[in-house]
Ligand binder design. Structure first.
Ligand code: E4P
Length: 217
C-alpha cells in the first residue's frame, strides 16, 4: 500500500520522508491556507522533497480555467498530480489531462457512482473521503469496498486513494479492503508504528543485554 502524507508542512514532511516510507503527498486549499505560503512555492518545495506523486488542487470550477490552472501546476515538476473536484466540469478537464499525459486526483468523492464516473474519465487517483463520511453518519469503509468491487469488475486502472483519514484503524481497514493508497495526516503516520508491547519488549531486551556486559561492535 502506498502511503502519502496529507500536509503542506515541509519541515514535518522532510522529517517523515527520511523514514523512506513516504510514497507521495496530497495537499488541498485548506492546507495551503494553513501554511500561510504561496501555493506554487510550497508545491515546488514538496516536489523537491518527495519523488512520488504530489497532488496540487485547482481552485477553478469551470473546465477551461481548471485546464489552465492544471497545466500551470503540472509544469512545476513531473511528479505533480492535478487535483480536480468531482463535478462534470472537473471530469471534462480530467479527460483532457489524461489525453495530454497529466496525472489527476479526483477529490471530494462520497459515492461509488462518483468514483465510477471519475474512472471512466481517466482519473489517475480517486479520493474517497473516509473521515468526512463517518462524520456524516455513514461508514467510509463501505465506500472503499464498493469502489474496489466496481473498479475490479471493469478493470479500471484508477487508483483508490483513501483520504480524510483520521486514525490508524482507518489505514488498516483501507488496506484490508484493497485501497491502493492512503493519505495520512502526519500524526496518524507516526501512530502506525506504535504499540505498547513493542516499547515494553524493547526496554526489557535492552536491559537484559546491558546485564551481559557485551558489545556487538
Ligand atoms: C486529501 O486529499 C484530502 O483533501 C484530505 O484527506 C481531507 O481530509 P479532511 O477531511 O481531514 O480535511
Amino acid at each position: 500500500m502506498q502511503l502519502f502524507l496529507d500536509t503542506t508542512d515541509t519541515a514535518v514532511l522532510a522529517e517523515l520522508a527520511d523514514t523512506g516510507l513516504v510514497d507521495g503527498v496530497t495537499t488541498n486549499p485548506t492546507l495551503i491556507a494553513k501554511s500561510g505560503r504561496p501555493m506554487l512555492e510550497v508545491i515546488k518545495e514538496i516536489c523537491d522533497l518527495v519523488d512520488g506523486p504530489v497532488s496540487a488542487e485547482v481552485a477553478a470550477t469551470d473546465t477551461a480555467t481548471i485546464l489552465k490552472e492544471g497545466e500551470k501546476l503540472a509544469a512545476i515538476a513531473t511528479n505533480v498530480v492535478v487535483k480536480v473536484p468531482l463535478t462534470f466540469e472537473g471530469l471534462k478537464a480530467v479527460q483532457t489531462f489524461a489525453a495530454n499525459g497529466i496525472m489527476t486526483n479526483v477529490t471530494l468523492c462520497f459515492s461509488a457512482t462518483q468514483a465510477m464516473l471519475a474512472a471512466k474519465a481517466g482519473a489517475t487517483f480517486i479520493s474517497p473521503f473516509i473521515g468526512r463520511l463517518d462524520d456524516h453518519g455513514a461508514d467510509g469503509m463501505d465506500l472503499i469496498q464498493e469502489i474496489r468491487t466496481i473498479y475490479d469488475n471493469y478493470e479500471f486502472d484508477t487508483e483508490i486513494l483513501a483520504a480524510s483519514i483520521r486514525t490508524s484503524a482507518h489505514v488498516k481497514e483501507a488496506a484490508l479492503f484493497g485501497a491502493d493508497c492512503a493519505t495520512l495526516p502526519p500524526s496518524v503516520f507516526r501512530e502506525l508504528i506504535k504499540h505498547p508491547l513493542t516499547d515494553r519488549g524493547l526496554d526489557a531486551f535492552l536491559a537484559d543485554w546491558a546485564k551481559t556486559g557485551q558489545s556487538i561492535l
